[in-house]
Design a protein. Structure first.
Lengths: 221, 261, 235
């Protein structure tokens, strides 16, 4: 078991990268989702159709395939679009891919949460003279976010586990560190179990934090 | 006087920066002793030393970055790297997409099997080919070895792995009957796994199977004529003055520098 | 992007179709089969049943499928005791390892859903069964499970899509299903877009087919008011 201790610093470095990828993807995915919900509510019909297509397609494809598409194909697309080379390292590629994936699921979560906000809130806001935009931003959106907390929390857990897939394109996160260590010491069982335990630890801790957040969000309801 | 001094200083600085370009080099450091990552996280290995020397000879500042092998050439094409050095063989397919320098090395390849397998006793290539019919051979995804198996051993089943250690592990587990990799890579794997693996058949080269490619070279974007000329000259001089042979002996214990046919 | 690579990619990608379908259907069925006893155990009155089931679902749902797959394929493969056991003919084959890993994973998530549904069945039904003298076994097979499974039909329809997506991970252990074949082809042609888009279209088509099938099942057997939701993420 001392072999685990030797490689533990490497594994923990990988854990940090895992958290970076997951956090980055979650934040950007959330941004995409907020924009998408905005666009869905206020945008023209073609935009709604586009957002719908994005969500349906992304949710119907294996995450690994999307990661490959974004990683192997994305740099080509970006460079073509910008005319000049756009620098993308493995971390950025991983975050891009996972943001695309999580954006789709988060859009659905936020849309569902939006529908949960009672219609009365909209009516009250507009009858008080607030514009639709202000009503959305200051009255409905905060409530929507509080309803969304359980869904958002679940999506965080999903992203944490999904980040392991980015190891396949070579990002030095936790899973990849484990694979390399297993290869170097040829004790795959030891390291994959250790890596598994580390994932269980961070999802466990996350679950506790999410539970607290859910309770807080449900205050006053 | 001051203006003269200042402007000549400026001219020298400009000349200096004009001379030294910054080149980004890509490699896949999971292939010791060609390239691997040490505990400090630096890329080390035969290819590292070769590219450092090449860059010295073409008077360029090079930074080496590590990433997955099958993303290297696409990354080169979009401009993420200026050069790729990763034990990569010259093949027709690759040469359509990128430009290669002159070859600097030609590593021998070999089949390996689990120790104690009947295949280990076979010595001649033709006998081995016959014995491998209907068997499963492990190779790395996207490698020339995969192409060799598909083209020359159509009755065998190739199985694709991400990492060469996984090939060794599955050989040991009995999931595959043989594996095909560079001799040098097998030596590393066998050293770590005492007694588990044995070689089968003779050393192989592109003379046996053309799909192995025509030597190992540095890849550059199509149309990098100026860079290619400088790199070709550097490689040729390194072959001529024995520097490649020296590095090869350091990392492999034998000389696999490219010998023109 | 050239159209002729799309044309070349299509037959290649279709080569992976058979394995993808085998993995998906086998893992789905096995997972559903395992989910039932597991879900019942999660809800059991005896802690001897509840605790191991809870630990199992906690560990499986808390770690990535990829790790579980590698543990089963590479981890077990390196243990001499396993290689000499009667399980080896199964564990030796990457295909079976893939199916086992995905089913065990799917079962853990499904078990929680089943347990949740069992919890929601009104207590009154259990009491009514007892007062009518219906045996425990029949209470389960004739009263509880029919309700639970009809209510869960949308979730089960969702689950098969998730299993379809999980099947792509099998490519990480040498299985040449759609994603594996696509990746190998990309490495040879340097045309990632065309190849992966073709593969993506194939996955979407299979997904739509499964969803359509389940919508039909729901129409016949489902409890009105529930509908197959679009797929949720699970890894």
């Amino acid at each position: 078991m001392s072999v685990i201790l030797t490689y533990l610093p490497h594994l923990l470095q990988g854990l940090v990268v895992t958290l970076q990828v997951a956090a980055g993807s979650f934040v950007i995915g959330l941004l995409i989702a907020v924009l998408a919900v905005f666009g869905w509510n206020f945008g023209p019909r073609p935009l709604r159709w586009f957002i719908s297509a994005y969500v349906t397609i992304v949710r119907g494809l294996p995450e690994l395939l999307i990661i490959f598409l974004v990683f192997y194909g994305g740099t080509v697309l970006l460079s073509g679009a910008f005319g000049t080379y756009v620098e993308v390292n493995a971390l950025t590629a991983g975050i891009c891919a996972l943001s695309v994936v999580s954006g789709a699921y988060l859009t659905e979560i936020l849309r569902g949460a939006l529908l949960t906000v009672p219609q009365g809130q909209w009516e009250a806001a507009t009858s008080l003279g607030l514009s639709r935009m202000t009503a959305f931003r200051d009255v409905v959106l905060p409530q929507m976010l509080s309803y969304a907390v359980p869904g958002l929390g679940n999506q965080w857990l999903v992203i944490l586990k999904e980040s392991a897939l980015v190891s396949i394109i070579g990002l030095e996160e936790l899973m990849r560190k484990g694979v390399v260590a297993a290869g170097a010491t040829h004790s795959p069982m030891t390291f994959y179990l250790t890596v598994g335990a580390l994932y269980v630890a961070i999802t466990g801790v996350s679950t506790l934090i999410i539970g607290a957040a859910e309770r807080r969000a449900a205050r006053g309801r | 006087m001051k203006t003269l001094a200042l402007s000549s200083l400026l001219a020298c600085l400009l000349a200096g920066t004009a001379m030294a370009d910054n080149l980004r080099v890509g490699t896949s450091a999971d292939f010791p002793p060609w390239e691997s990552v040490n505990e400090a996280g630096d890329v080390i290995g035969f290819d590292r030393d070769v590219i450092d020397e090449v860059c010295k000879r073409i008077e360029a500042e090079c930074t080496v970055a590590n990433q997955a092998f099958d993303g290297l050439l696409p990354a080169l094409q979009v401009g993420k790297f200026d050069m790729v050095i990763s034990g990569m063989s010259i093949t027709e397919e690759r040469a359509e997409q990128v430009d290669f320098s002159g070859a600097y090395a030609e590593p021998p390849y070999r089949f390996a099997v689990a120790a104690g397998s009947d295949l280990a006793k076979i010595e001649k290539r033709e006998d081995l080919e016959a014995a491998l019919e209907g068997k499963v051979i492990g190779v790395q995804t996207g490698s020339t070895h995969e192409a060799v198996v598909r083209a020359n051993l159509p009755k065998s089943e190739p199985r694709l792995y991400e990492r060469n250690e996984q090939i060794a592990d599955d050989l040991n587990a009995g999931r595959i009957d043989a594996g095909l990799l560079e001799q040098s890579v097998w030596e590393q794997l066998m050293e770590a796994r005492e007694g588990q693996l044995s070689f089968a058949g003779p050393l192989l080269s592109s003379a046996d199977y053309a799909e192995f490619g025509n030597g190992t070279a540095i890849a550059m974007r199509k149309g990098s004529d100026e860079l290619k000329k400088r790199v070709d000259d550097a490689v040729a001089s390194m072959l001529a003055d024995g520097r490649i042979a020296e590095l090869s002996n350091k990392w492999f214990g034998y000389d696999l520098s490219y010998k023109a046919k | 992007m050239s159209p002729d690579i799309f044309i070349k990619a299509a037959p290649v990608v279709l080569q992976g179709l058979q394995l993808t379908l085998i993995i998906t259907i086998a893992s789905f069925l096995l997972g559903q089969l395992l989910a039932l006893p597991l879900g019942l155990a999660r809800q059991a009155s005896s802690p001897l049943l509840r605790w191991p089931a809870a630990v199992y679902t906690f560990l499986i749902r808390g770690s990535p499928l990829l790790v579980q797959l590698f543990i089963i394929y590479y981890g077990l493969g390196q243990i001499p005791a396993v290689r000499n056991s009667i399980l080896w003919p199964i564990l030796r084959e990457p295909l079976y390892c893939g199916i086992i890993a995905i089913s065990l994973n799917s079962a853990a998530y499904m078990a929680e859903v089943v347990a949740g549904a069992l919890r929601r069945v009104p207590k009154g039904q259990t009491e009514a069964c007892i007062s009518l003298g219906i045996s425990r076994r029949h209470r389960l097979t004739d009263v509880l499970l029919p309700q639970v499974y009809r209510e869960l039909l949308p979730n089960i329809g969702n689950e098969i899509i998730l299993v379809l997506k999980s099947s792509s991970l099998a490519s990480a252990v040498t299985i040449m299903e759609i994603t594996g074949v696509a990746r190998a082809f990309t490495a040879r042609t340097f045309a990632p877009f065309e190849v992966f888009i073709t593969a993506g279209i194939l996955y979407l088509a299979i997904g739509f087919a499964f969803t359509f099938l389940f919508r039909l099942l729901e129409r016949r057997y489902g409890i009105t008011g529930t509908r197959t939701p679009a797929p949720e993420a699970s890894a």
